[in-house]
Design a protein around this ligand. Structure first.
Ligand code: SF4
Length: 208
């Protein structure tokens, strides 16, 4: 895959894994536990299933949120995979931009990233563009996301966001028949937030 924004794609996740485990191994353990819950049918009550995994693995709050989102992703994965790339939208949060060096300007469709390589937004955008995603938006908030969903009418949406935004988005998108997937920010906040690029790419590429 050729990138148009000369930026190397390197996954990075500054959060810490479970005691004695790397972040990657922690993610793997959670994914395994979620898959097992699916196989046994215990995922039907997500809150209870998450609580059970949290107790078993001794998860911190951040990892409990991750597990909860992993359940919701899993429940929507089959529908999401069926949607071709050109019927999907990608939403990235503007808080991921390099707050001091970003020269991009805002318009009615969010921040118009010019791929200056000063943050991960440009490289993720390049991959989604190469895959043929219907739209890639860098948004300052949830209300503009909804506006853009109504305007472009996608059949699936991938969003990078914080836990609360993801929970709202899953409910809203479900109500309008759009298949969602979410990747949580690995460092949330108002500026210079972070995401694990590899997780985003994995979701971007998902297909049947
Ligand atoms: S890659 Fe895009 S969003 Fe990131 S700093 Fe450059 S112009 Fe701004």
């Amino acid at each position: 895959m050729q990138l148009t924004c000369n930026q190397q794609i390197v996954g990075s996740n500054p959060t810490r894994g479970l005691e004695g485990f790397s972040v990657e191994n922690t993610v793997e353990k959670i994914k395994e536990a979620v898959s097992k819950a699916f196989d046994t049918g215990t995922h039907l009550n997500i809150a209870k299933a998450t609580e059970k995994i949290a107790k078993k693995l001794g998860l911190s709050e951040r990892w409990v949120e991750y597990t909860h989102i992993e359940f919701r992703n899993k429940m929507n994965e089959i529908a999401y995979k069926k949607v071709p790339y050109n019927e999907r939208l990608l939403f990235l949060p503007h808080c991921m931009r390099n707050a001091t060096r970003c020269k991009a300007i805002y318009d009615s469709e969010g921040l118009q990233c010019v791929c200056c390589n000063e943050c991960k937004i440009g490289s993720i955008k390049a991959i989604a563009k190469e895959l043929g995603y219907k739209g890639i938006f860098v948004c300052p908030g949830g209300s503009i996301v909804l506006e853009l969903v109504n305007r472009y009418k996608p059949k699936a949406v991938l969003g990078v966001c914080c836990y609360k935004e993801a929970m709202i988005a899953f409910d809203v998108l479900k109500d309008i028949g759009v298949a969602p997937q979410a990747v949580l920010l690995s460092r949330a906040g108002c500026i210079n937030t972070e995401v694990n690029t590899e997780e985003v790419i994995e979701k971007l590429l998902l297909k049947e």
